[in-house]
Design a protein around this ligand. Structure first.
Ligand SMILES: Cc1cc2nc3c(=O)[nH]c(=O)nc-3n(C[C@H](O)[C@H](O)[C@H](O)COP(=O)(O)O)c2cc1C
Length: 154
């Protein structure tokens, strides 16, 4: 099964999991880059607001065409119990080309299920598998078991 991992990460947590998945699945990977500056406290506040209001953003052109893949794993941090504007923009632009999807969400401690639901609703299909990991599980390398379980469901 040809698989692509596409993800956004502001502070590296989601990126770390995406890279682990890439190694384990031996598949293609692409990072979504938000043109809007999301750094620092201002970036945090405006990012949370944009996510809550479900505002789209401008992202760098995507190189990999999702239509070339049987499965696309979409990764995002949870922002205000929602996907990030960058991932919302990606899904909005590409949803007609997505066949089978799976979701990866990293989060501080709440809002995970809402985020999965919102992503599924936006794609228009429910995911084959979901992987939700708390930031601390990722930073302390305690995510191995959940990652392996996720892979068996793909
Ligand atoms: C703007 C913003 C809003 C957030 N909102 C939530 C939230 O509603 N619930 C939650 O559990 N974590 C929330 N977080 C924490 C992130 O989801 C968490 O730290 C995530 O692992 C960061 O991923 P990253 O390092 O890939 O950017 C928020 C973080 C940011 C920057």
């Amino acid at each position: 099964m040809k698989t692509l991992i596409i993800y956004y990460s502001r502070t590296g947590t989601t990126k770390k999991v995406a890279e682990i998945l890439k190694q384990k699945l031996n598949c293609d990977i692409e990072e979504i880059i938000d043109i809007k500056d999301r750094k620092g406290p201002i970036g945090y506040i405006t990012g949370g607001r944009d996510a809550m209001k479900e505002i789209l953003t401008e992202i760098k052109p995507i190189e990999k065409n999702p239509v070339d893949y049987d499965l696309v794993i979409i990764g995002t941090p949870d922002w205000a119990s929602n996907m990030t504007p960058a991932v919302r923009t990606y899904i909005t632009n590409q949803k007609d080309k997505l066949k089978k999807v799976a979701f990866l969400v990293t989060y501080g401690g709440s809002g995970l299920e809402k985020t999965f639901k919102r992503m599924g609703d936006l794609v228009g299909t429910q995911p084959t598998a979901t992987l939700g990991l708390k930031t601390v599980e990722v930073t302390k390398d305690q995510a191995e078991e959940k990652i392996n379980q996720f892979i068996t469901q793909l």
